[in-house]
Write a protein that binds this ligand. Structure first.
Ligand code: GAP
Length: 490
């Protein structure tokens, strides 16, 4: 899918009530978005699929919902205060701020069109300098390669500085350092600091997991590609606590389990791949991203990290509260494994990024040639369980009791399935409207319905129509459009 199509997807998202720029009537707020009437349904369905797949379907994972504000020392212990940074640089003429690495990468990807070897060399040099925290070296590289500001066209740069991505705010009436709180940049820490609360109250036995869905905030310097990189977003994270020494087996298991989830929600296998991290963070002993082929290339959608005991150990040190677990299972010598700080395998996916992947995958443009005429049809090929609306009830005319009959059937369906009642415009226009938001089935009520109570079901993808009773419609929906259908395919 080309960049051009991505623009179509972004405008489709706005035009059909999926995603709006935040504060739209004030010309928007960069990198912040609102979900509209259809977007919120799709996003809720995705969150529900993830939640059920990670808790209900598992025997040993429970969920929590921790607060966004947390004790500021948590972010010291996690390393975010000291090292959750991006290198930034300002152009003195345009006053535009850039992420230094993105500036270099963009330059290199243009250069790659004519000189791939040089482009590769520049990127690897940049990676080396960044890994050595050599910001002066990064600046020198930008100047040496004569990398210009895309706005001013000049090379008049400030030095490269580290920029912490956490948003801070003040609690209480006195603004000083001790009252500074951070908006959480990840949901994971809320899980770590509740590890013992959950383990004890839930009598959980290692290996077990804690899952959470919630907002996270990052002051991204470069926010682009629509909802791919936002300043306020939602994460779906799970920390799996295991016995030290078993973590790499669990890491492999979760790699596979999470890839299967993405396939089950309808993302094609050929558009998904693993990207194994060669360079690991100091606390990780294995890390992989699941990448999806977005219209702008393969990019990270989910991260799976074997994080050792780094976080719990660090919280133990900073809080002075033991974060240990007593394992009374017996080792090969018949002795209990005893006390230890569990190791953690983390799975972390952005709800918005998953939404974007699903939307990009579903966006379908079909062209058919009919004699001299070329016709184009757009529909969202969403898994029926994820579709915002499962079924639209459409009386073919408003008169002769069809409207009333339609309303009666609509009432019967809507408590079990998200349904809509639509009697405005021609039936063709109504089908098109539903196609554009991904409704898998439309039910037409016609004169025959008055006689034998059967309706015509029109299928979104094939556009084929078949006659059935309302009871059969319900069964069709139950067997294709429910969360349990999706979960059973895992
Ligand atoms: N606890 C680990 C963690 O937060 P991460 O790779 O920084 O790891 C995990 O983030 C996932 O969160 C990413 O794979 C992505 O899906 C999502 N994510 C991260 N930053 C994001 C942003 N600015 N906007 C939207 N989603 C984001």
């Amino acid at each position: 899918m080309a960049e051009k199509d991505f623009k179509d997807i972004v405008s489709h998202a706005k035009e059909y009530g999926f995603v709006f720029p935040s504060s739209d009537i004030y010309d928007g707020l960069q990198a912040v978005y609102d979900y509209g009437q259809n977007g919120v349904e799709l996003k809720n369905n995705l969150k529900q699929a993830w939640w059920k797949a990670m808790t209900q379907v598992q025997d040993n994972i429970v969920g929590i919902d921790s607060a966004i504000f947390m004790h500021p020392t948590i972010w010291k212990a996690s390393g975010h205060v000291d090292s959750f940074n991006d290198p930034m640089i300002d152009n003195k003429d345009s006053k535009k701020r850039y992420r230094a690495d993105t500036l270099i990468e963009d330059f290199a990807s243009e250069l790659a069109k004519t000189d791939q070897a040089k482009a590769d060399h520049i990127v690897s040099e940049m990676n080396r300098l960044l890994s050595e925290s050599d910001l002066k070296g990064v600046y020198d590289l930008i100047v040496a390669e004569n990398i210009k500001c895309p706005i001013s066209g000049t090379c008049n740069w400030t030095e490269v500085r580290q920029f912490n991505l956490m948003f801070s705010t003040q609690v209480g009436s006195v603004a000083d350092e001790s009252s500074t709180l951070y908006l959480r940049p990840e949901t994971a820490q809320g899980i770590f600091v509740n590890f013992l609360n959950v383990q004890k109250t839930g009598r959980m036995k290692v290996p077990f997991g804690i899952a959470q869905i919630g907002k996270a905030f990052r002051n991204e310097i470069v926010a682009r590609q629509f909802i791919f990189r936002m300043r306020e977003f939602e994460q779906m994270e799970m920390q799996f606590f295991v016995r030290p020494g078993t973590e790499l087996d669990w890491y492999e298991k979760w790699k596979e389990t999470r890839l299967n989830f993405h396939k089950a929600i309808g993302l094609p296998a050929e558009d998904l791949k693993y990207h194994i991290h060669e360079k690991l963070a100091h606390y990780a002993n294995a890390a992989v991203d699941i990448e999806y082929r977005f219209p702008f290339g393969f990019k990270e959608m989910e991260g799976i990290h074997s994080r050792t005991d780094f976080d719990l150990k660090s919280h133990q040190e900073f809080s002075k509260k033991k974060q240990q677990y007593f394992d009374n299972d017996l080792d090969e010598n018949g002795k209990p494994f005893g006390n230890y700080i569990p190791y953690v395998v983390e799975t972390s996916v952005g709800a918005d990024r998953l939404f974007l992947a699903v939307l990009c995958n579903a966006f379908t443009k079909e062209t058919t040639v009919d004699g001299e005429q070329t016709k184009e049809r757009i529909y969202l090929n969403l898994h029926p369980a994820l579709a915002p609306i499962k079924v639209a009830i459409c009386p073919i005319v408003k008169k002769d009791g069809l409207s009333e009959l339609g309303q009666k059937m609509y009432k019967e369906l809507k408590t079990e399935f998200n349904a809509s009642f639509d009697e405005k415009d021609s039936i063709g226009k109504r089908y098109t409207r539903q196609d554009l938001i991904g409704t898998p089935y439309c039910v037409a009520i016609d004169y025959q319905t008055l006689e034998d109570q059967t309706v015509t079901v029109r299928h979104r993808n094939s556009m084929q129509q078949e006659r059935m009773t309302l009871e059969e419609v319900k069964n069709l929906l139950r067997s294709t459009a429910t969360m349990s259908v999706l979960l059973n395919s895992l």
